[in-house]
Ligand binder design. Structure first.
Ligand SMILES: NC(=O)c1ccc[n+]([C@@H]2O[C@H](COP(=O)([O-])OP(=O)(O)OC[C@H]3O[C@@H](n4cnc5c(N)ncnc54)[C@H](O)[C@@H]3O)[C@@H](O)[C@H]2O)c1
Length: 380
């Protein structure tokens, strides 16, 4: 079944054929690793090319230096000065302005796309056409149709495709999920990001996006909702525009129903004036039959299982390049990139493969549709 957007108040995520194609592509690559030009990957370092040397790529580049089994051998940016600066900072030999030139001249095992969302589809499709595995930053695309085309292109070309959805790779989020395994079936979840930090200083383009906090941050928290509570069947959302400096919605509350009938509330705000600014922390509260798990401010994890209560600090390990208060986010960038290198080498489908991430993006899309229509949206 080809994935299609259903008419009316339903969002269809993807057909079994895309998942099957992704599995077959991974199996084929297991037999014949390497990109377009066959390379022996068993012992050699995986050779990556990075596209887009802007704000967030600095975290990717730091992390790639620490990832075991992979290295970045070429960088590319339309702004050649940024590519040159990245190359000289990291001792990278290949410097390019355009992706086609990079792929024509370099023998790559994967490409890491770290450009703004509107450019993702064209870049990922081009890499897939060259039969090179590809990672793409979140959100995979603004439009679900574009994301489906990207997943289909990679499946058609038989190349692994992962969305760089790093929030679930934060050590505190792994600790929450581990603890949640001990509280029985979940009935309620709340995942919250309410900040007032000036995100527009480093990412000025966000102020002009008609789809703002749900597409930019909701995509992370909705993925966490799936990570903790499983797949969703219904989405209701109210969105608010508060900051006169920005175009899109900067606050949203999303209520979801899981396949098991549990409720999850995702809170998003880029316009909160709190006594304690928590940027870039995500707060989580989960309740189950036998207890609860809460990730509070500054990574304090409180767990109750029946009569036993425990409190621990679950902050992420710092890297030599960590900058407060970003340590947990930066560690998650390292973790997901190590996961990609391991998955590629071992012929495994990464956790947040393109096909998997379509399910997260369908929740983003349904949240916008719900906010626009004022009604709940069913997820098929
Ligand atoms: N996971 C996170 O926590 C997180 C945080 C911030 C940003 N991001 C994501 O990272 C991505 C990049 O965001 P950013 O803030 O770094 O953007 P940015 O604008 O700072 O950097 C993007 C770079 O890509 C280059 N570029 C654009 N099109 C290109 C092309 N066709 N070929 C080569 N280079 C091209 C631009 O010149 C620019 O230097 C976005 O998808 C964003 O959502 C993720």
């Amino acid at each position: 079944m080809q994935a299609v957007r259903a008419a009316g108040y339903r969002v269809t995520v993807l057909g079994a054929d895309l998942v099957g194609k992704e599995e077959r592509a991974t199996r084929r690559r297991k037999k014949r690793p390497g990109g377009r030009k066959k390379r022996e990957m068993s012992t050699a370092l995986l050779r990556g090319g990075l596209v887009g040397c802007g704000f967030f790529a600095q975290n990717h580049l730091h992390a790639w230096r620490d990832v075991a089994g992979a290295e970045i051998v070429a960088v590319c940016d339309l702004d050649l000065d940024k590519a040159r600066t990245a190359a000289s900072t990291w001792g990278i030999r290949g410097i390019y302005q355009e992706l086609p030139a990079m792929l024509a001249r370099e023998s790559l095992d994967f490409v890491d796309v770290v450009t703004q969302p509107a450019t993702h589809r064209a870049l990922v499709e081009f890499v897939a056409q060259q039969r090179v595995p590809v990672i793409c930053q979140k959100p995979m695309a603004f439009a679900l149709e574009d994301a489906r085309a990207m997943v289909a292109a990679c499946a058609h070309a038989g190349v692994p495709f992962m969305v760089h959805e790093n929030f679930r790779w934060q050590a505190p989020m792994r600790a929450v999920r581990d603890a949640a395994a001990g509280i029985g079936p979940l009935s309620f979840g709340r995942i919250s990001w309410r900040i007032g930090h000036d995100i527009y200083a480093n990412q000025p383009y966000l102020a002009q996006e008609p789809r703002l906090v749900i597409a930019d941050m909701g995509v992370h928290l909705l993925d966490l909702a799936r990570f903790f509570m499983g797949e969703m069947t219904r989405v209701y959302c109210q969105a608010v525009h508060s900051d006169p400096r920005v175009v899109g919605e900067d606050q949203a509350t999303v209520m979801l129903r899981t396949v098991n009938g549990a409720t999850c509330v995702v809170e998003l705000s880029y316009f909160s004036q709190q006594a304690a600014e928590l940027f870039p922390q995500t707060l989580v509260h989960l309740e189950g039959r036998d207890g609860s798990v809460s990730l509070g401010a500054d990574f304090e994890l409180s767990v109750r299982v029946r009569d036993a209560v425990s409190r621990t600090h679950v902050g992420a390990p710092a890297h030599s390049w960590s900058v407060p208060p970003f340590a947990a986010i930066q560690d998650s960038v390292f973790n997901i990139q190590q996961h990609w290198a391991d998955s590629l080498r071992e012929g495994r489908i990464p956790e947040t493969s393109g096909a998997d991430n379509l399910r997260t993006l369908a929740l983003v899309d349904a949240a916008y549709e719900s906010a626009a229509r004022g009604t709940a949206i069913a997820i098929a």
